[in-house]
Ligand binder design. Structure first.
Ligand SMILES: Nc1ncnc2c1ncn2[C@@H]1O[C@H](COP(=O)(O)OP(=O)(O)OP(=O)(O)O)[C@@H](O)[C@H]1O
Ligand SMILES: [Mg+2]
Length: 361
């Protein structure tokens, strides 16, 4: 295992700056998950670290070694792609063995390693097949097997589970957690899946428009997102955002006016900005409490009972929002429900998108 450091790393295609200069330091053995909207540069960053693209500026260090000028094969990394690329003329077994054969390992070692990887990924019965005779999920497992067979110091994974069905995804997610413990490899993992990000990551990197928006531990990002973009990227269903106006600010918090006119107290220090400014109130679905005297409300437009959890989608003066409701609560479509939120659970974002500092009310 090795640390991975990128310094001022950027990428432009012609006049399109798809990655602005990025600094990121990943510790040896760390599991880092990268999230962010489609097109924000996640795959580009991974490909630059892997050496599959040449940076426009900056350097990549793996361990203490500057690898910026090295070929992918010289970097002691392996990558699993969004679209798996297997050798069509080789069997599953030969595909997995390929990196070891290139590294000129002996026949017996190769057979042992392929056997171990096949067992780990439940590919034992498929070893003699060719990729065209496999399902998408099976192919993806072969490409994961090919990446880990060499015990690379750094494993880069670009949405490795996106083609798998739900139950296999859950199983593979647990496998990645175990794999990380067992290999101790440094892992950089791109996903759109909230559960993968929250459960696998030591730290999450939230990207947006070619920039790193925030880096932090999953729960820290969930509880105290630095910007609206981070709040949007972490959590499912997403945080609710409501347009508000700041009417009062002191050291214990701020009072904001909702579009419907009611006032709501937020545990945020907005004293830096003038009263009267527009802002955005952010509330997670699980923090909305049904309360007849609450400052905001709406009519139920859609209702989802997921088993352990229930979500109501509502529309009203404050726009559309989602509330998590107790499972035993009876709900009818069109029903009007009002809500309140504890000041400590609400977030306040300035017009530019940055969060006001939290204060304990
Ligand atoms: N070879 C290229 N030439 C020009 N533009 C490119 C090239 N490769 C990628 N881009 C652009 O760079 C931006 C970032 O692409 P990238 O693949 O890194 O996004 P991503 O965050 O991985 O998105 P997704 O979640 O959809 O996989 C996109 O706008 C994309 O169109
Ligand atoms: Mg991508």
């Amino acid at each position: 295992m090795s640390s991975v450091v990128v310094e001022g790393l950027s990428k432009s295609y012609g006049t399109a700056n798809v990655l602005l200069p990025i600094d990121l330091s990943i510790a040896e053995g760390e599991f880092v998950v990268i999230v962010g909207p489609s097109g924000c540069g996640k795959s580009t960053l991974l490909r630059l670290i892997a050496g599959l693209e040449t940076p426009t500026s900056g350097r990549v260090l793996i361990g203490a070694r500057d690898v910026t000028a090295l070929e992918p094969a010289e970097r002691d990394i392996a990558m699993v792609f969004q679209s798996y690329a297997l050798y069509p003329h080789l069997t599953v077994s030969e595909n997995i063995a390929f990196p070891l054969r290139m590294a000129k390992r002996d026949r017996r070692e190769i057979a042992t390693k392929v056997g171990e990887v096949a067992e780990l990924l439940e590919l034992g019965a498929l070893l003699d097949r060719r990729p065209r005779a496999l399902s998408g999920g099976q192919r993806q497992r072969v490409s994961i097997g090919r990446a880990i067979v060499r015990d690379p110091a750094v494993l880069l994974l670009d949405e490795p589970l996106s083609n798998l069905d739900a139950s296999l995804r859950v199983k593979m997610r647990h496998e990645f957690a175990r794999l990380h413990q067992r290999l101790g490899a440094t892992m950089i993992y791109v996903t759109h899946d909230q559960i993968e990000a929250m459960t696998l990551a030591n730290r999450i990197v939230v990207m947006s428009h070619g920039r790193v928006e925030q880096v932090g531990e999953p729960l820290a990002l969930y509880r105290t997102p630095a910007t609206i973009r981070v709040a949007e990227a972490i959590g499912s269903p997403a945080m609710n955002f409501m347009p508000v106006r700041i009417v009062h600010a002191d050291e214990t918090g701020a009072t904001v006016a909702m579009p419907g006119g009611a006032e709501c107290r937020v545990g945020a220090d907005a004293r830096a900005d003038a009263v009267g400014l527009d802002a955005t109130l952010g509330v997670r679905p699980e923090h909305l409490r049904a309360d007849e005297a609450g400052p905001f409300g709406g009519r139920v437009e859609l209702f989802e009972r997921l088993g352990p959890l229930s979500f109501a989608h509502l529309g009203g003066n404050e726009g559309s929002f989602v509330a998590q409701l107790p499972n035993d609560r009876h709900i009818t479509l069109g029903e009007a429900i009002r809500f309140s939120v504890d000041p400590g659970d609400a977030q306040l974002f300035a017009a530019g998108g940055g969060a006001y500092p939290r204060v304990t009310p």
